[in-house]
Design a protein around this ligand. Structure first.
Ligand code: SAM
Ligand code: SF4
Length: 471
């Protein structure tokens, strides 16, 4: 059996130095005195929010006395935190469950968490009767009770609430990324994009109390984290439920002022709620990262309307002009869906022309995938798979040319890089700039992980900058 992950509070780094890996926080103290109940293996599919949910789920289990192990074979409880944003992701989960059916030992239990759990519900038990737990993300706060039911020998435990107004608060969160800590500030989604399952799988929007968010942030800073990322499906739709009624921009500014915090990121922003005060906060606080992820989905106003995205091409472009026109401009990245039902070749061309106009620093692009219960799944005009692939390839090719051109122009410029990795190649390191560009660089220094260093750009690859450490 592999060893459980060691998570000692006393191993936390000094925030003033920010050198050693900050500290995977921690449950051992919370679990002190509790005898181990078993071991768990947790695999995560999907987005950053899922990754962070898994950190919180791991915190709950560790606090309860479970130990985390690195292989499913070694675990008494195997958990899959799933994603159903596109069909392929959901299929992957069922094929994984199939693999484990035959390997599952008598004492082992298996649980499905996250979006597929919420979407499929109890049908999972019918399709995979060897599963014992099905729990959607809106029910994670009941995990301790559900674990108790499993421990008591119950064979079918479910958590499928969807109409909660509570958020998932945990005493302890196990932190997997030693350089960047994630904080969910808003859960669920109240938008109703015609293609999207998130409102069904993650429930309505619930924002966390700003006081609790800032308290968690101070704890992270005390533990040695210098970079934090606020998360939410529509992070900038944040509505403080506390009497302080802090605006999202004020929350960013307050976070930037927490001692020890050098970088505050946030994702994903919805264009409709992206207001000038956010740009002003970025201008006023160097610690707020100058990177905005602002998914557009399509360059055609007709398609945007069909998608129920609540803005037109020109309204979106006004937001871009506001960000680009700031005294401290930000890098802008986006998400695009190609082949939405009814998207004509001319409408797809409008998306290509939007790329030329905005010149995004990065694009995540997807073929439209019909999802259960969504209005788009019943729309006529399906774009054939082959045509979707052709459009995706064209879009990626266009974006690649735009990116290379922009990255080449950065030669000679200096970036502050938060170092988060060392390459196998000698004297080669990498990290991220404030604007979230990946920068790999040469340095003879012996230890740089977690440090902020100045790098002069000397070249690029299609997706990253190359440079030298300025010492
Ligand atoms: N809330 C974010 C927003 O509105 O931009 C993004 C949420 S989703 C996890 C991430 C991306 O997946 C979306 O921006 C969209 O481009 C893509 N996506 C969502 N549903 C999809 C679908 N049915 N087919 C293809 N791509 C999809
Ligand atoms: Fe899905 Fe739209 Fe909500 Fe984003 S804003 S999570 S795409 S419904």
């Amino acid at each position: 059996m592999s060893e459980g992950i060691d998570i000692r509070l006393e191993a936390l780094t000094n925030p003033a130095t920010a050198r050693a890996p900050a500290p995977v926080l921690t449950a051992s103290t919370a679990a002190e005195g509790i005898s181990p109940r078993g071991t768990f293996f947790l695999e995560t599919f999907g987005c950053q929010m899922n990754e962070h949910d898994s950190e919180k789920v791991a915190g709950v289990l560790l606090a309860r006395g479970y130990q985390q192990v690195e292989t499913p074979e070694a675990a008494s409880l195997i958990l899959y935190n799933t994603c159903s944003i596109r069909e392929k992701a959901a299929q992957k989960v069922f094929s994984r469950l199939g693999v484990y059916r035959d390997l599952l030992g008598k004492e082992q239990r298996i649980g499905v968490l996250g979006c597929v759990a919420q979407q499929e519900g109890e049908a999972i038990f019918a399709r995979a009767p060897w599963v014992s737990l099905v729990c959607g993300s809106a029910s994670y706060r009941h995990l301790p009770q559900m674990l108790a039911q499993l421990e008591a020998g119950e064979q079918r435990v479910t958590g499928l609430d969807n109409d909660t107004d509570e958020t998932f608060e945990t005493e302890v969160t196990r932190r997997d990324n030693p350089w960047r800590a994630y904080i969910t500030i808003i859960e669920g989604c109240d938008k109703a994009c015609a293609y999207c399952v998130v409102p069904f799988t993650r429930g309505p929007e619930r924002s966390r109390d700003s006081g609790r968010i800032l308290a968690e942030l101070r704890k992270l800073a005390d533990a040695g984290f210098t970079e934090v990322q606020f998360l939410g499906q529509t992070v900038n739709s944040y509505l403080d439920p506390s009497p302080r009624k802090m605006r999202f921009s004020a929350l960013l500014s307050a976070a930037a002022e927490v001692q020890g915090i050098r970088r505050v990121r946030f994702t994903t922003s919805h264009p409709r709620d992206f207001t000038s005060d956010i740009v002003e906060a970025i201008e006023a606080h160097p610690a707020i990262c100058n990177h905005v992820h602002l998914p557009v989905q399509s360059g055609s106003t007709r398609v945007l309307r069909a998608m129920q995205r609540t803005y037109s091409r020109s309204e979106y472009l006004e937001k871009i002009a506001m960000i680009r026109g700031a005294k401290r401009p930000s890098a802008i990245t986006t998400d695009i869906i190609v082949g939405f039902p009814g998207e004509t070749a001319a409408e797809f061309d409008e998306t290509l022309s939007l790329l030329d106009q905005v010149k995004y620093e990065g694009v995540f692009s997807f073929k439209y995938s019909p999802r259960p219960n969504t209005p788009a799944a019943a729309m006529p005009g399906a774009v054939p798979e082959l045509e979707q692939s052709r459009r995706l390839a064209l879009l990626q090719e266009r974006q690649r040319a735009i990116q290379i051109d922009a990255l080449r122009k950065l030669a000679g410029q200096m970036f502050e890089v938060h170092v988060d990795g060392k390459s196998k190649k000698e004297n080669q390191w990498y990290g991220h700039s404030s604007c979230n560009r990946v920068v790999s660089f040469h340095s003879p220094a012996t230890e740089l992980l977690g440090q902020y260093v100045a790098v002069r750009v000397t070249g690029c690859t299609p997706n990253s900058l190359i440079g030298d450490h300025l010492q």
